[in-house]
Ligand binder design. Sequence first.
Ligand SMILES: *Cc1c(COP(=O)(O)O)cnc(C)c1O
Length: 435
Amino acid sequence: MQRKYSQELFEEAKKYIPGGVNSPVRAFKSVGGNPVFIKRAKGAHLFDEDGNIYIDLINSWGPMILGHAYPPVIEAVYQASINSFSYGAPTRMEIEMAKLICELVPSIEKVRMVNSGTEATMSAIRAARGYTQRNKIIKFAGCYHGHGDSFLVDAGSGALTFGIPNSAGVTKGTAKDTLSLPFNNLDAVKRAVNENKNEIAAIILEPIVGNMGCVPASKQFLQGLRELCTQEGIVLIFDEVMTGFRISLGGAQEYYDIIPDMTTLGKIIGGGLPVGAYGGKKEIMDCVAPIGKVYQAGTLSGNPIAMAAGYTTLRLLADNPHLLEQVNKKALAIGEGIKSNLQKLGLNYQFNQVGSMFTLFFTNTPVTDLTTAMTSDTQLFAQYFQYNLDNGIYLAPSQFEAMFVSYAISDEDIEKIIKVSYEALVKIHETKKAN
Ligand SMILES: *Cc1c(COP(=O)(O)O)cnc(C)c1O
């Protein structure tokens, strides 16, 4: 595929923006080549500046679950926008939004809106610390909770992709309050909690990790964490920024039937606009200002345009259960196709999937945590990625990310994804043999 204009734009962008991008993974650094500059999107398809079309398996990293430029969402945004973009004062729509979130997400009795997933997780651990009067938090290696200082310890997503899971600029003082443990390992958590008796404010995790590739928690692990947190007075936080409203309407907590004390949300909750939220038990959320002593605020929080896009997306999902069912069905069809390709080719690469999130790991080792994810051959992934891109399939540009399926994807798109995936696997193994 010709991508001359994208290349020119990238050169231009690099002059004014660090690395030419406003979020690191977009730079395609781990897969080589230049990023594709997107001009517009409709349904399941992205159109780049060079006139190429791609089937989108990122969907803005999750938010566009209904597909791009979904007419009812456009209409809601338009109607909100003619009343002005922002007031910095409360609105009726914020109550509707909060009510709907409380209805849908089992753990949430009260919720505060913010502007990104990063803000949601930062605020959630502050609330948990205020509530418990304790300082330390436990996170898991390979989980990503946005770019807040406390979380850039063994972080996943871009931090992992670029080999900077422990960011420069985070002070030792901050990092020492974050204990990072292996995912899916309950014994390690029990040990850490024992060694830090009455010091752990919160345990935060992605119940189905998307940010080291798709890696689900085992039910026993989540159950064990739930029991341990109850016993030790630790706030259990599910970071459902990716899984919320996707794995099921009530998120992974509904899917596993394990209820955390707090939940963080983002991505789908804004329908493509910048939104996040954190919520949970009343007694914890009532620690937040103006009624409590934990300070947290936002000039644009609950922004009317963002609420219109997010609320409409959630309302549609809630009122039409077949939407999520279809999304899952489509994703499973892709998954079946890819697994059958692997079988036909006699390959034993690991394919992890829960609902409409999945990752093909280029390793023969079952992937259950960061150590096993890291056994993947990222060179092979890069070749697989490039073949897909050149043949009109837009995958996440890193081995350590999940793909996201939208409702807009058609049977024809699904067939093409499976076919191109097959060809890509054949191609990269020819290259591998030749080497
Ligand atoms: C994307 C993500 C975040 C960060 O959200 P931003 O809106 O990018 O700040 C946090 N947690 C998880 C699980 C995510 O996937």
